[in-house]
Write a protein of this length. Structure first.
Length: 167
């Protein structure tokens, strides 16, 4: 399967909303019904991500099979952590990773892509999102502590520093 990653456009929004609906259902089935509830991420957040050039789609054989947001610079909710980050170097933040099952390895592909932009990556997830927690740990992320998102609910914070062969 030929897989590509590109910035999302407004014309991708219907596919993106479908992917998130699928992901919410999978999360619910796996014991994590509250992380995204019945409507998160909202269309407004996704539109803002598209407008800011931070939302990406993963396409396989011409079909959209995954979506994620990647932002560089400081993430406000990461300023306070119960624990400690691996370092204080500039970082990128991975948010809202989801797939619809049509492209294999969505998480691995988005991590590799993001690592090519910024080798120092931070991400957070709900404690009940055992699938994502497993995938993060499998892909070299270290659990760093607890952060609190905008609605003040806790999330497990992870970080991965990709080292280059020359280091």
């Amino acid at each position: 399967m030929h897989v590509t990653i590109r910035k999302a456009g407004h014309s991708d929004l219907a596919d993106i909303l479908g992917i998130y609906a699928y992901a919410r259902e999978q999360m619910r089935r796996n014991g994590n019904p509250t992380q995204w509830g019945s409507s998160q991420p909202s269309q407004e957040i996704l539109t803002e991500d598209i407008n800011n050039g931070n939302l990406y789609v993963i396409c396989g054989n011409g079909q959209t099979g995954g979506v994620f947001a990647f932002l560089t610079g400081d993430e406000p909710t990461y300023q306070v952590i119960a624990g400690s980050w691996l370092n204080d170097l500039p970082y990128g933040t991975l948010h809202r990773v989801a797939g619809n099952g049509t492209v294999c390895g969505v998480v691995e592909r988005c991590i590799a892509y993001c690592g090519s932009i910024c080798p120092n990556i931070r991400v957070d997830t709900h404690e009940r999102n055992v699938v994502m927690r497993h995938l993060l740990e499998k892909n070299g992320f270290t659990e760093c502590g607890i952060i609190y998102v905008r609605d003040h609910s806790p999330r497990i914070a992870y970080q991965r520093l990709i080292k280059y062969e020359s280091e």
